[in-house]
Design a protein around this ligand. Sequence first.
Ligand SMILES: [Zn+2]
Length: 187
Amino acid sequence: MALSRSENMARILGKDTKPENLLRKELWGRGCKGYRKNYRIQRLRPDIVFVGKKIAIFVDGCFWHGCPDHYNRPRPCRPDGEKYWSDKLRENVIRDIKQTLYLHENGWTVLRFWEHQIEDSLNFVADAVVSVLEGANENYLNRQRVIHVTQVKPGLEEWILVDLLGQKEDVKEYRKRSEKVTNQVVE
Ligand SMILES: [Zn+2]
């Protein structure tokens, strides 16, 4: 199974580089210490919650949550594996959509960042969080999500991308299959 980029980094560096922890540390270092981790909102558990300001932050793994830049369709060895991974991706993306809408309906500001944003531009992400804490009305949701990838023919895949808020048409794209190994970083 594919390792996430952060897991790869952690292996190489031998320390905790989980993206949500990197963001927590960065915010802490900037004096934004008023957050809770493992705070539950009904059955939801965002990675970082500012309870008083009703701000819920999620750090979404590029593989598990369908990053348009880094999702990588697994090539399973078992015959039913294709369906397993396909269902898994769909379930996760649908859950993200429902969570986000539920929180919006209940007056929460939701921020969702990709793990690659934490790893590539932690400063940008932390700046974004701080600006929203200070009242900026910005959308940091990364709304486009891959929900389905199928092989059309060897080397070519059909990608379906959806909008996290369900307000935009689905997008269908054809992409060449990278010949790189599954867990390799695609730049
Ligand atoms: Zn990504």
